[in-house]
Design a protein around this ligand. Structure first.
Ligand code: GDP
Ligand code: MG
Length: 710
């Protein structure tokens, strides 16, 4: 039988249960990719139902369809440009008023839709009763009750989907009616648009839409977007033949509305939508206010407490890090050992020479260095996914909001910074949840100052070599703390001089607490980890090869003779020459050319710094370096003291420098991708190097003045 093809898109706020329902619908038939140009993930799946073969697209979770964040732009472009036959809007039933805001915006797109009121179990436990037929009538679209976690309502949802498809969009007179002044402006703007054509988005006959070759929107929607001063739409309208006069008229309309209503047209529109939602929910929903305070409110009393909130949050984080590192350590050792064995095996099976050196030192060494951090990163992401799933992460952002606002950032900025302790690459990606572009950029710029997992081996080695075990913990903690403080200071600096402007007020939703399913947590964890592996892995591999080449060539001196020692070889290699070249800049902060060379190697990935120093200070006993830490530490300390005259003080400065200067290449690549250009990644390199140098200069020269042993 030939099945009829149908494409549906799932939309909804983050955490409304979209992914859960997507999984219920499509089972294992999924395909994950990226949207072209932006790194927003695209998920698709397929299923068969009755005579239909249905393609399901899981759109990114968004609170609205403005142009504030890439996720929102992607979600709306898919709906407008790919024209799915139907949109399924999933809303969190425990939080209907807030969730329906997106619904109202979708409705303005004039596209057939079905509303799924999810989390019905929790809503009902809270005493909420919904009159579904009435709600459907008030909103002018079919409404289905679903419970994603129990796979309830899935068939009914599909039945409604087919039903709507077969009937087509039934236009009702249910739409948000804005204030008279706004409605007048909408009519005025619609008058400016060319003759309506019916070939817009999958629309019922008679729906108005305008279309030119590259723009194809419902007229009313376009008019509203212009009144909202939507940057993306304004950009597109500019390219239309009648764009100029239309934009001029829109500006006049906005002016006019402000004059008459005393508030911006954007706000008037937001008000209009909420008023409509309040009206609908008041009629269709009744709440049996159960006497007892809901459990969520009780928990929030403690967790969001003005006094206890921050200590509880910090305690939770401390616990998370403890768990991450204590549970991760043994697994790390296994992986390290595994790569050691792999290296040896490959080494034993390849003839000595360039190829062997490339594969063993360059490729296995470099990629192994990244994979070794996998257990820590997996555990950290597991913990964060759990905290996100329970709803605590949203509270953490809320608790931190006050502090973050002092430096001009949004409470939500804290989450990417937190992820930055694991790895900066996914942390930069996590900034996508920030709606304000300036908040997002500043967060992206300071996240590299959070001490990532790759810096840890540098610290461990140097602290072990130069500091007594009793103070080791404090030294380590001080480095993490300095990173956080510098990040906050730089955020303030950037927000004041580089990207001034108001930060977004806190409008984040606080979802009800729930116990996340294991499947959901594992999926989230895996998605992030995979991004880390894929993005970091490929770039690190390439960078390791480049670094290997810089350290390996030239292999003979200018007379064609081989070098007498490996140390000499390194000194004469391109990397060594660069180290010598930058020595004058580094001597004011107490570093010699060898340190310079090692730091340069760290550009590819921080963990390479340690390996390079090992080579430079010619630790003969390389086996020991790989196998027994204590032996390494001793050897390294002796060598380093002997050959470089390092003291605990210089070692500390070196750690400081490693903390601050240039994030690894993978991070730079991700920043470039996320900002769509070279400007900000280059800026990040520039400012971090400068900052590292300035901080180290102050500490070093200050130490010299105070008579520290240097
Ligand atoms: P998304 O962000 O919209 O993709 O949301 P997810 O599908 O990841 O769901 C967020 C959390 O809500 C997960 O922990 C789900 O297990 C949970 N969840 C989803 N649907 C329901 C439901 O109907 N009832 C309850 N109690 N929990 C749900
Ligand atoms: Mg999801």
């Amino acid at each position: 039988m030939d099945r009829k093809k149908l494409t549906i898109a799932l939309t909804g706020n983050p955490n409304s249960g979209k992914t859960t329902i997507f999984n219920n619908l499509t089972g294992a038939c999924q395909h994950v990719g990226n949207y072209p140009g932006v790194t927003v993930e695209r998920k698709e799946g397929r299923l068969k139902f009755k005579d239909y073969e249905i393609k399901v697209i899981d759109l990114p979770g968004t609170y609205s369809l403005t142009a504030y964040s890439p996720d929102e732009v992607v979600a709306r472009n898919v709906i407008i440009e790919e024209k799915p036959n139907l949109v399924v809007n999933i809303v969190d039933g425990t939080n209907l008023e807030r969730n329906l805001y997106l619904t109202m915006q979708l409705k303005e797109l004039d596209i057939p839709m079905v509303l799924a009121v999810n989390m019905a179990d929790m809503a009902e436990a809270n005493g909420q009763r919904i009159d579904y037929p009435l709600l459907a009538e008030l909103l002018g679209m079919p409404v289905v009750r679903t419970i994603g976690t129990r796979n309830e309502g899935t068939d009914e949802l599909l039945t409604k989907v087919i039903d709507v498809t077969e009937k087509g969009l039934v236009r009702t007179n249910k739409q948000v009616n804005y204030a008279v002044e706004v409605e007048d402006a909408i009519s005025r703007l619609k008058g400016f648009l060319p003759e309506a054509k019916g070939n817009g988005i999958q629309m019922a006959a008679g729906a108005e839409s305008i279309s030119t070759s590259d723009i194809n929107y419902p007229a009313r929607w376009l008019a509203i977007k212009l009144l909202e001063a939507d940057s993306e739409i304004i950009k597109k309208v500019k390219t239309m033949p009648y764009g100029g006069p239309l934009l001029k008229e829109a500006a006049l309309c906005r002016e006019d509305i402000r004059g008459k209503l005393g508030e911006d047209s954007e706000l008037a529109i937001v008000d209009g939508r909420y008023a409509y939602i309040r009206g609908a929910t008041r009629e269709a929903i009744s709440i049996n206010k159960i006497d007892r305070v809901s459990l969520t409110e009780k928990i929030d009393c403690v967790l969001l407490n003005r006094v206890l909130g921050i200590p509880i949050f910090l305690g939770t984080m401390w616990l998370l890090f403890q768990l991450t590192f204590t549970l991760g350590a043994p697994i790390m050792e296994w992986i390290e050992a595994g790569f050691g064995v792999l290296g040896e095996w490959v080494g034993a099976n390849l003839n000595d020479g360039l190829l062997k050196s490339l594969v063993v030192d360059g490729m296995i060494g470099g990629v192994g260095g990244v994979i070794v951090f996998m257990p820590n990163i997996l555990l950290l992401f597991l913990g964060i996914a759990f905290l996100e799933g329970t709803g605590y992460m949203a509270r953490a952002a809320f608790v931190m909001d006050e502090v973050m606002h002092k430096v001009g950032l949004h409470g939500k900025s804290f989450v990417p910074m937190l992820i930055g302790f694991g790895c900066t690459v996914p942390a930069v990606m996590a900034t996508r949840t920030l709606e304000n572009p300036k908040d997002r950029l500043v967060t992206m710029l300071v996240t590299p100052l959070m001490s990532c997992g790759a810096r840890l081996p540098i610290y461990t080695l140097l602290i072990g070599a130069f500091f007594a075990p009793q103070v080791a913990g404090n030294i380590l903690f001080s480095l993490y703390l300095i990173g956080i403080i510098l990040a906050l200071i730089m955020a303030k600096v950037f927000r004041t001089w580089l990207l001034p402007g108001e930060s977004e007020p806190f409008v984040m939703e606080l979802p009800s607490y729930r116990l996340p399913t294991i499947k959901a947590i594992l999926l989230h964890m895996w998605e992030r980890t995979w991004l880390y592996l894929k993005k970091a892995g490929t770039i690190i591999l390439a960078a390791s090869i480049v670094m290997w080449a810089l350290f390996t060539f030239p292999m003979v001196d200018q007379y064609g003779n081989e070098f007498s020692s490996s140390e000499q070889q390194v000194e004469q290699s391109y990397a060594g020459r660069i180290g010598h070249a930058i020595e004058p800049v580094l001597s004011p902060i107490g570093f010699d050319w060898k340190t310079g060379t090692a730091l340069m190697a760290g550009l590819a990935a921080k963990e390479i710094v340690v390996a390079t120093m090992g080579t430079l200070y010619s630790i003969e006993d390389e086996e020991a370096l790989e196998e027994k830490e204590t032996a390494t530490v001793k050897t390294f300390a002796e060598r380093a003291r002997e050959q470089s005259g390092y003291t605990p003080f210089t070692a500390y400065i070196l750690m400081l420098f490693c903390l601050i200067y240039v994030p690894c290449l993978a991070t730079i690549a991700v920043i470039k991708r996320e900002t769509n250009g070279w400007k900000w990644p280059l800026f990040t390199i520039g400012y971090t190097v400068l900052l590292a140098w300035v901080v180290c200069f102050i500490v070093y020269q200050g130490g010299v003045l105070l008579g520290f042993q240097v």
